[in-house]
Write a protein that binds this ligand. Structure first.
Ligand SMILES: *Cc1c(COP(=O)(O)O)cnc(C)c1O
Length: 426
């Protein structure tokens, strides 16, 4: 055997390899297993946004470290939730908090807590509400009743739609468990936040709000607790860059305690499948803590600069129109729309997105009008026909918040290349 080969084979034996300092230094670095490459899975630059079907976000480095470090220890899950919940509650101005398996899970757990209280028999009975004396209805405004409200159906409850304050008063009965509000639709419903909370207090029914994708601004983390909502639901794996399979349920102490009874580690519950292990619970806490103490101005300026770089690269190409907007609600980040005159640029939006997707490196851009969540491509779209129409439009949309440093240059270059070559005559 040649010396190099011997050293190499020695270094693969961990004990011998670490004993022999000299050979460790001379041996090539052990290559980490790259299972994405091994399985031939496509990874890509994410210029689209925090979309679940694209695996959400790249976790903050400190979150990854937390997950790795905590993975080497055993802890009691309830103790982890107790300690983390106390810290989170302080950070977000709520009485109590727990880490859930995403915002959707927080919705199911919060409602389950209202239904069962601390009665274990009721916890075991969910989702079968008949003859149990448990409440069975959630009320929300019609425009606020979107697909994620399925989380409420999982408890056995039904959702009742209303439009006016009068409707709410009529709909409320001894069956009403919750008055739910969807922040992203706040401008569409007739009843606004404060009025919704006031109705809940007057009618003595708990109120909740879904703010899953609504940071930034960071102040939304406490705004709705301060306003008086009894429960607030948020995702961990969107802009906060926590674990994609984590979120936070915050709110009233008695409801959170009951929600915990409906949650893992307990296995006689509807939510045993919403398992979050200690790594994710602690990772979620670190993500939140880091997000709150982060430099949001600096981060925002970075996103603006990246978007400006991409816009500047393409805006002077013949037939191209660019526009940067910041959505008022939901996915609040500078968002660039690039559209074109298809008599000059011979491409559809879908064709351009495919060229970016199948190019090297692969890039995902977005296509739809805002709010983005209505139109996510893939399996969880609201209206597949609408999605197909939008895909064909002569436009793409780009955000910078999920780009890694420097990737804006690659995105700008690739979009420019494709648009320039499609706008050449002939
Ligand atoms: C993303 C999202 C959810 C679901 O959140 P998860 O953390 O993925 O469970 C619910 N509601 C809205 C408005 C969302 O944007």
């Amino acid at each position: 055997m040649k010396r190099r080969k011997i050293l190499k084979s020695l270094s693969t034996l961990p004990f011998l390899g670490s004993l022999s300092m000299q050979s460790a230094a001379a041996a090539p670095l052990k290559k980490k297993r790259d299972v994405i490459e091994e399985l031939g899975i496509r990874s890509f630059i994410n210029a689209a946004g925090t979309l679940t079907y694209m695996s959400g976000c790249i976790m903050d480095e400190e979150v990854v470290e937390t997950i790795e470090n905590t993975s080497r220890h055993f802890c009691m899950i309830d103790e982890v939730q107790d300690k983390v919940g106390e810290k989170i509650a302080k950070l977000v101005h709520s009485e109590a908090a727990m880490v859930s398996c995403g915002a959707f899970s927080a919705m199911t757990l919060g409602l389950a807590g209202i239904l069962t209280g601390l009665d274990i028999k009721k916890v075991e009975q969910l989702p079968h509400l008949e003859g149990t004396g448990m409440k069975s209805e959630v009320i929300c405004q019609k425009s606020h009743n979107e697909r994620y409200n399925h989380a409420f159906l999982n408890t056995g409850c039904r959702v009742i739609e209303v439009e006016t304050v009068e409707d709410v008063r009529k709909a409320v009965s001894e069956k009403t468990a919750l008055l739910h509000f969807l922040n992203i639709e706040a401008s569409h419903g007739q009843i606004k936040h404060e009025e919704w909370v006031a109705l809940g207090k007057e009618l003595k029914i708990a109120t909740s709000i879904d703010i899953a994708a609504d940071v930034p601004p960071v102040s939304n983390l406490w705004k709705f607790n301060d306003m008086g909502f009894d429960l607030v639901f948020i995702s961990g794996g969107k802009a906060m860059r926590g674990p994609q399979s984590a979120g936070i349920l915050m709110g009233r102490k008695d409801i959170i305690a009951a929600a915990r009874l409906n949650a893992p580690p307990r296995g006689f519950t509807i939510a045993r499948g919403h398992k979050v292990n200690k790594e994710e619970i602690l990772g979620m806490y670190v993500a939140l803590d880091k997000f709150i103490s982060g430099d949001h101005d600096k981060e925002w300026k970075g996103w603006e600069a990246s978007i400006a770089h991409i816009e500047n690269a393409v805006k002077n190409i013949d037939g191209i129109t660019t526009k940067v907007i910041v959505p008022e609600l939901g996915n609040i980040t500078p968002t660039l729309t690039i559209s074109w005159d298809d008599s000059i640029v011979k491409l559809t939006g879908k064709e351009l997105r495919d060229k970016l997707r199948y190019g090297n490196p692969s890039i995902e851009a977005s296509f739809a009008g805002l709010p983005l969540y209505h139109y996510q491509a893939g399996s969880d779209s609201v209206d597949p026909a609408l999605v197909e129409t939008l895909k064909g439009e002569n436009l793409i949309r780009v955000t910078a918040w999920m780009l890694q440093p420097g990737e804006e240059k690659i995105v700008a270059k690739r979009i420019k290349e494709e648009l320039s070559s499609a706008s050449k005559p002939g």
